[in-house]
Design a protein around this ligand. Structure first.
Ligand code: ADP
Ligand code: MG
Length: 562
């Protein structure tokens, strides 16, 4: 165990490093935010483990992050006294990318550096961003409770070395040997600026040695004085009025491991029967693994400002799984576990309230900032469509948030709300009509739409896989039933003029014999043959019975092997 080993990076790490260095060159300084974010996470984890094992604190209970620099050596060092890493943890965390689906993600990159920078952003680059500014990185770390330290070193190309190391204190020290063109990051004033800009919200103190003006008397040696550079209070505990948008945005990047600003957020303190604070964010972009059900997701849970766990999934329903943020409870016990969370009735109450918060935040976004809402809908609309089936109690609220393509706008863009639709309904129209198909083009060219076009009645055009499932659970909106134009007899009677009705009766009489003959011929294949007034150009069409599954739903079940 003691000898020095050279190990290769996982292929994905190599690809990631290459991409990062080439696509983030214009935003180099964010490496420091990432390293401070990791140090803060490490301190949170130590504090949490020390709740049940106070020996881990050793004689070093003042938790802090220290940043030192050496302009002569062109180095920068970030030190924390957090949880540290064992040898195996170093190999796993700093040699591989643990997230599932990384390989596919990397394949999806375009090679266009601007676009890839965005993609990498939402993927989160973390520790490896050190190599944007450093041509060599040294990590010396000791896991709390373990006696032996580990030293890791790499130049960010193909491999890294690992060996045992002496380290008298717990925690991690990361030294960046800066690239020749990155000397600015060995400057105290520049570093302070970056820390205040990106890491002010970090609850752990970020400490630096005070800059000393060159003394005239070189023989006078002053002891270095330290100062805390950030505000070092948990951001969500501060009053809303005091917080700037930029602070909320930077905090988001820390909790979500996202690179981009969030679209919106909602910060609330609840007092009364339950006492908790929540800070919930809507990301701007869907993560590449939104549809992977195995990926853990949820809020960061704190109890009385002590970090308890990441990805506490009990606080929001699955259809809101894209929401990021923090919940800090004053009621839960510090030794709360996932199992306890599942059973605690207080959690149900919080989940109900947080769900409403998110739906209200989205409702507000839709009414106040429709452009942002449109971009939200593009990213997350399909997930929200799971809502009515999962959360019956909030069906009406969710329904107001839904957006569809429609014959009114004649484009595949989903931008029509049910409220818009109802406001435009024709005189005498009592139902909300929709057509569902495998694609926008297939749906909108359905012969079922002919009569609606002729009568000038708007029809929602649904083409997402989940749409028929959604309609089955939604059933109605604002007291009006949602009806597929491809199902059953269309009762457009109320919309017909007297003249038209008379004409229809006459036609029915004239073709009675024909209908009987066709019924006889097709009786094995269809339930019923009817004269229809719904077609204007096509001679005939197949209709699904009112109680039958829609064609799209049937295909979904078939492809699932049912
Ligand atoms: P992320 O923070 O999204 O998990 P990073 O690339 O930033 O990804 O870090 C990878 C992992 O390395 C972390 O999850 C953590 O386990 C470990 N790590 C990084 N920095 C530290 C640190 N200062 N102390 C302890 N562990 C760390
Ligand atoms: Mg990180």
């Amino acid at each position: 165990e003691n000898q020095k080993e050279t190990l290769g990076f996982q292929t994905e790490v190599k690809q990631m490093l290459h991409l990062m260095i080439h696509s983030l060159y214009s935003n180099k300084e964010i490496f420091l935010r990432e390293l401070i974010s990791n140090a803060s996470d490490a301190v949170d984890k130590l504090r949490f483990e020390a709740l049940s094992n106070s020996e881990l604190l050793e004689s070093d209970a003042d938790l802090a992050i220290r940043i030192t620099h050496d302009a002569e050596a062109n180095t920068l060092t970030i030190t924390d006294n957090g949880i540290g890493m064992s040898r195996q943890e170093v190999i796993d965390n700093l040699g591989t990318i643990a997230k599932s689906g990384t390989a596919q993600f990397l394949q999806s990159l375009t090679g266009d550096q601007k676009k890839d920078a965005h993609l990498i952003g939402q993927f989160g680059v973390g520790f490896y961003s050190a190599f944007i500014v450093a041509d060599r990185v040294t990590v010396v770390t000791r896991r709390a409770g373990e006696s032996e330290g580990v030293r890791w070193e790499s130049s960010g190309e193909g491999d890294f070395t690992i060996e045992s190391a002496d380290r008298d204190r717990r925690g991690t020290e990361i030294t960046l040997h800066l690239k020749p063109d990155c000397t600015e990051y060995a400057d105290g004033y520049r570093l302070r600026n970056i820390i205040r800009k990106y890491s002010d919200h970090i609850a752990v103190p970020v400490i630096m040695v005070k800059e000393q003006l060159a003394s005239e008397d070189e023989t006078e040696v002053k002891a270095p004085e330290e100062e805390t550079v950030n505000s070092a209070t948990a951001l969500w505990t501060r009053p809303r009025a005091e917080l700037k948008d930029e602070e909320y945005q930077e905090f988001y990047k820390h909790v979500s491991h996202d690179f981009e600003d969030p679209l919106s957020w909602s910060h609330n303190k609840v007092e009364g029967k339950l006492d908790y604070t929540s800070l919930l964010y809507v990301p701007a972009r869907a993560p590449y693994d939104l549809w992977n059900r195995e990926v853990p997701r949820g809020l960061k849970l704190y109890v009385q400002r002590v970090f308890i766990m990441d990805e506490a999934e009990q606080f929001l329903p699955l259809y809101l799984r894209f929401i990021k943020g923090v919940v800090d409870s004053n009621d839960l016990s510090l030794n709360v576990s996932r199992e306890i969370l599942q059973k605690d009735p207080a959690i149900d109450t919080m989940r109900g309230a947080l769900t409403k918060r998110v739906l209200d935040m989205l409702g507000k976004l839709a009414s106040k900032e429709p452009e942002k809402y449109a971009s939200f809908w593009k990213e997350f609309g399909q997930v929200l469509k799971e809502g009515p089936a999962e959360d019956y109690a909030n069906k009406e609220k969710i329904a107001k948030l839904l957006r569809f393509a429609s014959t009114h706008s004649d484009s595949d863009e989903q931008n029509v709300s049910l409220t818009d639709y109802v406001a435009r309904m024709a005189e005498g129209q009592e139902k909300i009509y929709f057509i569902a198909g495998d694609s926008y083009t297939a749906a909108k060219s359905s012969p079922h739409l002919e009569i609606f076009r002729k009568k000038g009645i708007e029809v929602l055009v649904l083409y997402d896989r989940i749409d028929e499932w959604l309609m089955q659970h939604l059933m109605e909106f604002d007291g009006k039933s949602l009806v597929s134009v491809a199902k059953g007899a269309l009762d457009l009677g109320a919309l017909d003029s007297e003249e038209e009705k008379a004409k229809q009766e006459k036609v029915a009489e004239e073709y009675k014999d024909l209908v009987e003959r066709v019924t006889e011929v097709l009786k094995e294949q269809v339930d019923e043959v009817r004269i229809t007034h719904r077609l204007t150009d096509s001679p005939a069409c197949l209709v699904v019975g009112e109680m039958d599954m829609g064609a799209q739903m049937r295909r979904i079940l078939e492809s699932a092997g049912q």
